[in-house]
Design a protein around this ligand. Structure first.
Ligand SMILES: Nc1nc2c(ncn2[C@@H]2O[C@H](COP(=O)(O)OP(=O)(O)OP(=O)(O)O)[C@@H](O)[C@H]2O)c(=O)[nH]1
Ligand SMILES: [Mg+2]
Length: 219
């Protein structure tokens, strides 16, 4: 039987670069033109084979809007890898990516695998970020880099395969130690999930309250 390893992965990057679209393509092989901006964060999983292990990716897709920035540490804390996404047609989004890398270096896990995704490569006729710039930058920080298209399913599998390859295989002689690491990840995982539920409940109560007030007002 193959061993299953749970790997927490977070997606970071400017709003609108296509983080949710990348996750949706990877997990459900689906693309939605009318996808809404993420509120807080969303969570999905997918298991893929890697050598003689199975990697279960626990994927936290964060919200790129600035008002959610302060939530990010919850999602990159304990992450084995971060996918940092920019839009090849938006120079600004490449600038934001560099800020995320800086934040990860200062406050993220020490050995986090960083993968840069230059998304929307189907729009290369209106490109603003040359591939060379991304390659040079990725090399300077020791990150993986690929250009992806969630729309046309280009390099999405390859992106996650690249991450899998960078995760060192488990050492069978360090069982107790690995168990401790796994437990730590699961704990932060559960905490993250609880917080998301809490946040959604608050939003729901707020909207119930507003509609109640509105009904009162209208009457
Ligand atoms: N042409 C093209 N459009 C894309 C691609 N990926 C995403 N989009 C579009 O870009 C817009 C934003 O996509 P999202 O996946 O919501 O972006 P996001 O990074 O999750 O945004 P936030 O949740 O606000 O952080 C949507 O209209 C998508 O349809 C792509 O590969 N090519
Ligand atoms: Mg999103």
């Amino acid at each position: 039987m193959m061993a299953i390893r749970e790997l927490k992965v977070c997606l970071l990057g400017d709003t609108g670069v296509g983080k949710s679209s990348i996750v949706c393509r990877f997990v459900q092989d689906h693309f939605d033109h009318n996808i809404s901006p993420t509120i807080g964060a969303s969570f999905m999983t997918k298991t893929v084979p890697c050598g003689n292990e199975l990697h279960k990716f626990l994927i936290w897709d964060t919200a790129g809007q600035e008002r959610f920035h302060s939530l990010a540490p919850m999602y990159y804390r304990g992450s084995a890898a971060a996918v940092i996404v920019y839009d090849i047609t938006k120079q600004d989004s490449f600038h934001t990516l560099k800020k995320w890398v800086k934040e990860l270096k200062e406050h993220g896990p020490e050995n986090i695998v960083m993968a840069i995704a230059g998304n929307k490569c189907d729009l290369s006729d209106i490109r603003e970020v040359p591939m060379k710039d991304a390659k040079e930058y990725a090399e300077s920080i020791g990150a993986i880099v690929v250009e992806t298209s969630a729309k046309n399913a280009v390099n999405i599998e390859e992106l996650f395969q690249g991450i899998s390859r960078q995760i060192p295989p488990l050492d069978p002689h360090e069982n107790s130690n690995n168990g401790a690491i796994k437990l730590g990840r699961q704990t932060s995982q559960t905490a993250g999930l609880c917080f998301t539920i809490f946040l959604n409940l608050q939003l729901h109560l707020l909207s119930v309250n507003i509609s109640k007030k509105w009904t009162e007002f209208a009457n």
